[in-house]
Design a protein around this ligand. Sequence first.
Ligand SMILES: [Zn+2]
Length: 260
Amino acid sequence: MIEHGSGVVAVRADNPSALTLTGTQTYVIGDEAIVVLDPGPLDAAHLDRVEEVIAGRPVSAVCLTHSHRDHTAGAQEAADRWGPLRASEETLDRVGVDGVPLADEDVIELGAAFSFRAISTPGHSGDHLCYLIDSTRDLFTGDLVLGEGSSIIVHPDGSVRAYLSSLRRLAALQPARLLPGHGRVVTAAGKRLEACRVHRIERTKHVLRAVKGGASTIEAIRETVYWELPASHHAAAELSIQAYLAYLHEEGHEVPTGLE
Ligand SMILES: [Zn+2]
């Protein structure tokens, strides 16, 4: 359990991997009334630790950023324990759970000090929401922006164009801190969002250069662009490459799409 101050506590699930970094973070947010964000994997010991942090306070909602299993496999058990699920309609559908859909800009009021605002942020996946606390400018970024490294763009559900536009939207909110689903809390929020934007644009250029240089399979592009990545990350990189190719195609470049 990590106390982040301003009514935010993170509980990290024990599911470390190439994609989840040190594990999925479940956040307990609020003071008198509570929101639980991303219950994480189906792991009773993890949910017990979250319950200790809740400490009997009323839970207004169990919110989800997006449908990926490392964030939601425990969703039904969390709802059974604490209260209604809130997420985008698409996320509720994909997870296959009942809940109250959240639209872009919908707010959950958590007493006088906290408004918890849903921000529609597709890019990593199509169904993704970030959440902003209006008073403290704490921004919960799910898998859109991680604490370190860059997140996968899950083609074709995710999209580079949507990703870039979500980053612009988040920057305009002028967050003070980024609290990601994986990795550490980022205090230089504006800088981090800009670094993510620059990184995506650089990667797009690298993929274009690889194609122009003769790389004609996803694997060949990966070996050129992501030559430094360990094998554990290859599948994720290949999905992202398909997303970059689709984006380059949308931008009018002559690149192959639908490569395997
Ligand atoms: Zn994800």
